[in-house]
Design a protein around this ligand. Sequence first.
Ligand code: NAD
Length: 288
Amino acid sequence: MTTAPPPYDPANPLVVLGAGVMGVGITTLALGHGLPVHLVDVDPERLTRARDRIAEELRLAHLLGALPPDTAPGELTTGTGTDPAAGAAAVIEAITENAELKAKVLAEVSALVRPGTPLITNTSSIPVDELAGAVERPAELVGTHFMNPPYLIRTAEVIRGRRTGDPVMASVASLLAALRREAVVVRDAPGFVTSRILHPMINDAARVVEQGTATAEAVDTLMQGCLGHPTGPLRTADLIGLDNLVDSLWVLHERTGDEGCRPCELLLRLVREGRHGRKSGSGFYDYH
Ligand code: NAD
C-alpha cells in the first residue's frame, strides 16, 4: 500500500538552495507572505550579504505594496549544509545554472527529504526531465520559474516534466497560492517558454549593440517606446545577471542547436570583464 504524500505544510520551513539573485528574491517573497525559510549557500559570505539584501528587499517590496501589509514576516535561518531539507515543507533549488551541479545537489537533497516533499528547480533553461534522472523520486521534481524580482512579478511559469506526478503539481499549486502567484503550467523543453523566447532576443539585442547599429540606451528606448517592452531587453539582461544569461544561452544552444542561442561576443566579453549587470555594479549600464 502506498502512503499519501504530505500536503504542502506552511508550518515547516521552505528550504531555498542558493543565496544569489533568485534565492534572495524567492526568500523575500516567502518571508513576506509569513512563511519560514531556511536559505542555503556554499559560500558563507553570500549568506551574510543575503541577510542584508533580504532585509532591504522586504522593506522595498512593502513600500511598493507588493507584500501583504498585515502579515508578520516568516523566520529566516541560514546555513551552508543541506541537512535542514529533511524537515522541509518544500525545497526550491536556485543555484548556478549548471546542469551537472544542479543534478548533484538535487540528488543529495532528494535523499534527505521526506517522501512527498516537492523538489522544485528554478532553472531558467535546463529541462526538468534531464534533472529528474538524478533524483530518487523523479515524480516529485517540478520546475517553477520565478521571474526576477519574484515579489513584483506575479506570474510564475510552472514546468511539468515528463515524470512529474499529480501530487507534486497539487503541492506546488498550493505553495504558489500561499505566495499569491499566478501559475502558468507548460510542458518541458529547453528554456520552456519564457527563456526560449526572451534569452535569444536579448542575445540579438546585444548583437545589435556589438555591431554598432545602436547604443544599449537606444535599443532599450526603442523596445520600450515602440514595442511596449517594460524595461528594454538590455536593462532586463543586467537585472538577470549577464553570467547567468550566458550560462542559460549555452544550455539552450547545446540542447537545441539553434545558432541564435550562441552567446554573442559582447556578452562573453562583459562576463569576462566581471561586468555581470546590476549585481556586480555594471553591465550594459553602470549602477555605481
Ligand atoms: P546567482 O549566480 O546570482 O546565484 C547562484 C548562487 O548559487 C550563488 O550564491 C552560489 O554561491 C550558489 N551555489 C552554487 N553552488 C551551490 C551549491 N552546491 N549549494 C548551494 N548554493 C550554491 O544566480 P541566480 O541569478 O540567482 O540564478 C539561480 C538560478 O535561477 C539559475 O538556475 C538561473 O538560471 C535561475 N533564474 C535566474 C533568473 C534571474 O533573473 N537571475 C530568473 C529566473 C531563473
